[in-house]
Design a protein around this ligand. Sequence first.
Ligand code: DQA
Length: 154
Amino acid sequence: MTKKPKSKSVLVLHGPNLNLLGTREPGIYGRETLELINRRLLSSAREAGIGLECFQTNHEGVMVDRVQEAGRQGVGFIVLNPAAFTYSSIALRDALTAVQIPFIEVHLSNIHAREPWRAQSHFTAVAVGSILGLGGRGYDLALDYAIARLQSRR
Ligand code: DQA
């Protein structure tokens, strides 16, 4: 069932394998767990009076469904780390353009400084902007922007 719309809310969407943060290739992704990142985001949003939900899935269709639900809920902004779907998921990109919710693409690592195929994101061209290579801090910066944008909307 679709939940009640929240006019000023942010959805943070984490793609596949990001549930392993903390132990997954720490030399690339750092030692911070997803739970710690989410907790920090929830506390910043609460302080700003903005609703926030964090959602992680390893499944493409589930991610598409969550974006569609965000559209029905009236979510105002999405912070998205598509992880490996960055390179493969036209379905997720189409869901984002269908719901017309502005979003920032976040990657913990600098995808331009890694294997050349990692630099080819399906999302960058339809995102408001991208934040790369700043580790978990990238999510905080994206949320700061989202909060300022939602608060300036009356
Ligand atoms: C990532 C970068 C992607 O290339 C990779 O597939 C991920 C994580 C990042 O946050 O740096 O799973 O999106």
